[in-house]
Design a protein around this ligand. Structure first.
Ligand code: PLP
Length: 468
């Protein structure tokens, strides 16, 4: 199994290199050179078993199957539900895929815990140490901090936008109690932190000197790990059932994982709607508008306050054409758009791409904060469930969908307790942290503030590593 860059000028690498590098040296993202054909799970297959098979297909012969099974067992042991990602019925033909049973109460635990296991496995084997950089709009940082806390082989540096994450999100990434986790709160927005991460990873000398890698949603292993719950959903709802997935979207990680599951044979006929808040880049891109570097608007679903969805690049790569007829994989077209974006703040997308995205089953729905609040109230009234605002964005978009042939499945991306301020404000309900999260609340928070500049972050990383 080899991985190519979406910008077409990096030599193909194996699974471990793609996972450890995060970003390709030419600035692109790694994608499989060819899609594996993975057999669909049986409805009774455990989550760990399916994760083992799926990850093994993407890893090729880079990691033995038994080692992957052990990683999956350890990664998912602390989950509060045996199904890891249980599917619950919320109405006739309507389901919610609950992805928030992990230690930090959001779906990012599912992939991040597996990545942490993979890194520990590889670094142990190589007797090496790494610095892992993570740019977060809120939930990735918590999941990463918790997954890597105490790792003997990793220094973790997290960048988050100061005052743009909820107090509970911040708690999960700053109160791990682990010495190997460092958190920098930078004055600016999430796109700024992501730009700094890309710049540092793209600086080869710095990357090699500090043994730097990225784990945000651009890491291929994350996308692969997230395709597992789509496969489990298909198995549970029936192998031939056409499913309409509705996915709350920010960086386009989960929605891409849905596409990846489909390309790998794990889904039957499917549709995938990206539900977005006022930061509606995915809706604009799917309708063929250019890639632009806009201002992020703060909303009540902050983990989705992203103007430049980084995983769009993988989808775009898939939807370009190498020869004008067949679909897929023209790295030069992708590179041109991103170069224009860097140079002029806006990168044009060829007209045929939007049509292909539609044909690939993809669409987007915009949901305002007002509609999100309404949905939280309606869901409580109809089902008794208290949902987080991100999940509510998905549920509001799902209400507009009709799937005459099969079920509509909305991803529940976080537990309501992760956003207690919004839940209190909208529903008047105090949601306490579930028991599994109480250790965080009893530890002190540890983070430092600073300017949103690449020089500042570069300097702090050098200093942290020097201290060892
Ligand atoms: C990260 C996150 C999202 C957005 O997911 P992407 O994969 O980045 O599109 C949605 N909801 C919650 C709660 C999140 O933490």
């Amino acid at each position: 199994m080899r991985y190519v860059s979406t910008r077409g000028t990096t030599d193909p690498v194996d699974f471990l290199s793609a996972s450890l590098m995060g970003l390709a040296p030419d600035g692109g993202l790694f994608s499989p050179q060819e899609w594996p054909r993975i057999a669909r799970p049986n409805p009774t297959d455990s989550y760990v078993e399916t994760a083992t098979r799926v990850m093994s297909s993407f890893a090729g012969d880079a990691v033995p199957l038994d080692a992957i099974r052990e990683m999956a067992c350890r990664a998912y042991a602390p989950f509060a539900h045996q199904s890891i990602a249980p599917l619950v019925e919320i109405g006739p033909g309507r389901w919610m895929l609950e992805l928030h049973h992990g230690p930090t109460l959001a779906f990012k635990d599912i992939a991040m815990r597996l990545i942490a296991q993979l890194y520990d496995y590889v670094l142990e084997q190589r007797g090496a140490r790494m610095t892992i950089l993570c740019a977060t709009s809120g939930d990735t940082g918590g999941a990463a901090a918790s997954a890597f806390a105490g790792s003997k082989h990793v220094d973790m540096v997290i960048l988050h936008p100061l005052d743009r994450v909820s107090p509970t999100q911040r708690l999960f990434m700053t109160a791990t109690g682990a010495d190997n986790v460092h958190n920098l709160a930078l004055e600016g927005d999430f796109d700024g932190t992501q730009a700094i991460l890309k710049q540092l990873i793209g600086d080869e000398q710095f990357r090699l000197r500090t043994r730097l890698a990225a784990v945000n949603s651009i890491n291929w292993t994350r996308v692969a790990a997230q395709s597992v719950y789509f496969a489990q959903t298909q198995a549970q709802l029936g192998a031939d059932t056409p499913i309409h997935f509705v996915v709350p979207t920010g960086n386009f990680g989960d929605a891409l994982a849905c596409y990846v599951a489909a390309q790998s044979g794990l889904l039957n006929h499917y549709r995938c709607t990206s539900a977005v808040n006022a930061n509606d880049a995915m809706a604009r891109l799917i309708s063929g508008q250019p890639l632009t570097r806009g201002e992020t608007a703060p909303t009540i679903s902050p983990a989705m306050d992203i103007q430049l969805p980084s995983n769009f690049e993988r989808l775009y790569f898939e939807a370009t054409s190498a020869d004008g007829k067949t679909t897929g994989r023209n790295g030069a077209v992708v590179a041109k758009t991103y170069a224009e974006l860097t140079a002029r703040g806006s990168g044009a997308i060829p007209g045929d791409v939007s049509k292909r995205l539609g044909a690939m089953g993809l669409s987007a729905e915009r949901v305002s904060d007002e509609q999100t609040r309404e949905e939280m109230k309606r869901t409580l009234a109809e089902t008794g469930w208290v949902v987080c605002p991100h999940t509510a964005v998905g549920l509001a978009a799902a209400r507009r969908a009709t799937n005459a042939d099969g079920p509509i499945v909305t991803l529940a991306t976080a537990h309501a307790a992760k956003f207690p301020e919004t839940v209190k404000d909208v529903l008047g309900i105090d949601v306490g942290l579930p028991d599994r999260a109480s250790p965080f609340a009893s530890r002190p928070e540890k983070f430092e503030t600073g300017p949103m500049t690449v020089d500042h972050v570069r300097k702090r990383i050098e200093q942290l590593i020097a201290k060892g």
